[in-house]
Design a protein around this ligand. Structure first.
Ligand SMILES: NC(=O)C1=CN([C@@H]2O[C@H](COP(=O)(O)OP(=O)(O)OC[C@H]3O[C@@H](n4cnc5c(N)ncnc54)[C@H](OP(=O)(O)O)[C@@H]3O)[C@@H](O)[C@H]2O)[C@@H](O)CC1
Ligand SMILES: Nc1ncnc2c1ncn2[C@@H]1O[C@H](COP(=O)(O)OP(=O)(O)O)[C@@H](O)[C@H]1O
Ligand SMILES: [K+]
Length: 514
C-alpha cells in the first residue's frame, strides 16, 4: 500500500480526472461511501446503526464534502445524524435546521448525547494555523470524550490540523479513536507527533485505478504484502531448503544477544543456525540453545587472523551471516570483523552469504573513516537512532520525526546498503530509494534485546532467499506483529525480548490467514 505526500495525492487525483474521467465529484462520492462502509463494518456487531447518534463537524472544503456524503449514507442506514457546518455556524439535527438563536445550546446538547463525532473539518487542504473558534470546538469535543469514555471520535482522511507531509500537529488537533484515510495513507502518519493522533487506521478505497500509483516508491508494510513475501514451504523440503545462518555475535558480558538473534533466525524458518563461539562461551549456549550448531572459535588472545580464518573456513554453504549483537568493541573483535568483510568482498556474489550488521558490528565500523566502502554489496544494516548517529559522525538522529526519512534515504544511497532505521515506526530503505515504513508502533518493544531478535529474523529470511529489502521489511513487520501477540496478553509493558520468540511463527500464521 503506497504512502503519499499531499502533492502526490493531488497529482493522483488530477491524473484520475484527466485519464479516467474520475472527477473530483465522483471521487468524493466514492470517498464518502467508502468511509460510511468502513464505519459500519467497524461498528458491527458492537452497535446497530439504527438510532445511533452521529454528529458530523463539516469544514469548508472537500474534506467537509466527504463528510456530507458519508452522512447521507449513515442516514440511509438508520443513524440519527446531526451536521454542524463550521464556517456557516449552522446546525442541522435529524434534517431539521436549527435557528441561529438556538444553535449554541442545541449543539451543546447534541455533543452531550452523541455516540460518535466525525471530524470532517479539514483534510489535506489545511494550510495555516487553525482559527481560534475551530480550536475551541475541537477542545470542547475532547473535553466531552474525557467526560464520557464511550464517545468515539472518527477523523475523515486525517485528524484536523495534522500536517499530512510532516506529522506536525496544530495545538488544536485532537486525538482520533479511528482515522479513515482516503485512497492512501499520508506520509505524516508515520512520524511523530502526528502518529499519536490517529488511533486505529483504516484506508478507504476511492476508486483510483491502481496503475496510477506505479511510480510511487514509498509503501506501508501490510499483512498482505508480507504474506506474499513469506517463503513457500514445499512438502518436499528439508533443512537445506531453508538455508543456514551463521552468527558472529555475543561475548562474555552480552551472551544473551547471540541466543536471542539465533533463536529468532530459527523461528522465522531458517533450516540451521550456527553460532561462532569461544570454548569459554560454549556451555552458556549449549545448555539453552539445543538446536544450534557451533563453530568453536579461538579466544581473543590468539590473534585476530586465526580467529577470522576459523569462521571463514566454515562459511561455505551458509546463506546469511549476522555480525554484531553483543560482540563488544575490542580492537581484536574489530580486526576480525574487518577480515571477514574483506573475505566477503572478494567472494563472487552468488557464493557469499548475505550479510546483516547490527549493534556492535556497527559501533565497531563507525569508528573507521569511510567504513561503508568495506561492505560487500547487498548488506543490510539495522541501526537504532543512537547507532545511526555514530555512523553519521555523531549526528543527533531523531527516534520518530520526519527528518529521519530523508536521512535514511540519503544514507542508504550513499552507503549502498539496505538500511533499517529502527524506531517506533521503523524505516526500511534501499540504495534505489525504495522505502517501506512500519505503521505498528508498540512501546512494549522498547526494551533490551528486541533489536537482537529483529536482526536474527532478518538473517533468517535472508537465509531463505529473500532479497535484502524484502528480508528487512518482512522481519520488521513480523517483529511488531509478534509483539502485538505478546501485548494481547500482557499489555504494553513488561515484554521480555525472549517472549517474542514463540510468537514469531504465530505472527506468520496470522499473516498467511489474513
Ligand atoms: N480533491 C479530490 O479529488 C478529493 C479530495 N478528497 C478529500 O478532500 C480533502 C482535501 O480537500 P481540500 O483540498 O478542499 O482541503 P480541505 O482539507 O477540505 O480544506 C480546504 C478548505 O479549508 C480551508 N482552510 C485551509 N486551511 C484552513 C485553516 N487552517 N482554517 C480554516 N480553514 C482552512 C480552505 O480555505 P481557504 O484556504 O481557501 O481560505 C478550503 O476551503 C482530502 O483531505 C479528502 O478528505 C477526497 O474526497 C478524495 C477526492
Ligand atoms: N515504541 C516502539 N514501537 C515499535 N517498535 C519499537 C518501539 N520501541 C522500540 N521498538 C523496536 O524495538 C527494537 C529495539 O532495538 P534496539 O534498540 O537495537 O534494542 P537492543 O539493542 O537492546 O536489542 C527495534 O526493532 C525498534 O524498532
Ligand atoms: K478531518
Amino acid at each position: 500500500m503506497h504512502i503519499v505526500t499531499v502533492a502526490e495525492m493531488r497529482a493522483l487525483e488530477e491524473q484520475a480526472d484527466r485519464q479516467y474521467d474520475l472527477s473530483s465529484h465522483i471521487l468524493m462520492q466514492n470517498a464518502g461511501k467508502s468511509a460510511a462502509d468502513i464505519f459500519e463494518a467497524h461498528l458491527l456487531p458492537h452497535h446497530s446503526m439504527n438510532g445511533l447518534e452521529v454528529l458530523f463537524l463539516i469544514g469548508p472544503g472537500n474534506n467537509g464534502g466527504d463528510g456530507l456524503v458519508m452522512a447521507d449514507h449513515l442516514v440511509e442506514a438508520g443513524a440519527f445524524v446531526s451536521l454542524y457546518r463550521w464556517k456557516e455556524r449552522k446546525l442541522t439535527v435529524r434534517e431539521q435546521d436549527i435557528s441561529e438563536a438556538e444553535t449554541v445550546s442545541e449543539l451543546e446538547s447534541v455533543l452531550q448525547s452523541t455516540d460518535y463525532i466525525i471530524d470532517a473539518l479539514l483534510g489535506t487542504g489545511h494550510s495555516r494555523p487553525l482559527p481560534d473558534d475551530m480550536r475551541a470546538l475541537l477542545r470542547r469535543v475532547e473535553q466531552e470524550r474525557e467526560r464520557r469514555a464511550s464517545l468515539r471520535i472518527v477523523a475523515i482522511d486525517l485528524p484536523t490540523g495534522l500536517n499530512p507531509d510532516t506529522g506536525g500537529v496544530d495545538p488544536g488537533t485532537i486525538h482520533a479513536d479511528i482515522t479513515i484515510t482516503l485512497a492512501c495513507p499520508k506520509l505524516g502518519f508515520f512520524f511523530f507527533p502526528g502518529r499519536e493522533y490517529l488511533g486505529e487506521l483504516y484506508v478507504g478505497d476511492i476508486g483510483l485505478p491502481p496503475e496510477l500509483e506505479n511510480h510511487l516508491t514509498t509503501e506501508m508494510l501490510t499483512d498482505k504484502q508480507v504474506e506474499d513475501l513469506l517463503p513457500g514451504r514445499s512438502l518436499n523440503s528439508n533443512k537445506g531448503t531453508f538455508g543456514k545462518v551463521m552468527l558472529f555475535c555475543g561475548s562474555p558480558p552480552y551472551p544473551g544477544s547471540a541466543y536471542l538473534a539465533g533463536t529468532a533466525a530459527g523461528r522465522v524458518g531458517a533450516g540451521l543456525v550456527t553460532l561462532a563461539v569461544t570454548e569459554q562461551m560454549l556451555p552458556v549456549y549449549a545448555g539453552s540453545f539445543h538446536e544450534a550448531t557451533f563453530v568453536l572459535f579461538p579466544p581473543e588472545d590468539s590473534g585476530s587472523f586465526q580467529r577470522s580464518q576459523e569462521l571463514i573456513t566454515h562459511l561455505p554453504g551458509y546463506r546469511s551471516l549476522l555480525i554484531g549483537p553483543g560482540l563488544g568493541q575490542s580492537p581484536n573483535t574489530r580486526e576480525v570483523i574487518l577480515q571477514i568483510l574483506e573475505h566477503l568482498r572478494n567472494q563472487p556474489e552468488e557464493k557469499r552469504p548475505r550479510l546483516v550488521i547490527d549493534a556492535d558490528g556497527l559501533n565497531n565500523l563507525s569508528a573507521l573513516e569511510h567504513w561503508w566502502t568495506l561492505l560487500p554489496s547487498g548488506t543490510v544494516i539495522t541501526p537504532h537512532p543512537g547507532e545511526m548517529g555514530r555512523l553519521c559522525n555523531g549526528l543527533k538522529v531523531s527516534g520518530g520525526n520526519i527528518d529521519r526519512l530523508e536521512l535514511a534515504r540519503g544514507k542508504a544511497k550513499e552507503w549502498n546498503v539496505t538500511l533499517v532505521l529502527k524506531g517506533a515506526c521503523t524505516i526500511i530503505t534501499d540504495p534505489a530509494g525504495n522505502t517501506r515504513i512500519n505503521w505498528q508502533a508498540n512501546p512494549a518493544l522498547a526494551t533490551a534485546g528486541t533489536g537482537d531478535v529483529l536482526a536474527g529474523m532478518i538473517g533468517g529470511f535472508l537465509a531463505q532467499g529473500l532479497s535484502p529489502f524484502d528480508a528487512a521489511g518482512t522481519g520488521v513487520y513480523l517483529h511488531t506483529a509478534a509483539s502485538e501477540l505478546v501485548s494481547a496478553n500482557i499489555g504494553d509493558a513488561g515484554l521480555l525480548a525472549s517472549d517474542l520468540l514463540p510468537q514469531i511463527p504465530r505472527a506468520m500464521v496470522r499473516c498467511r490467514q489474513s
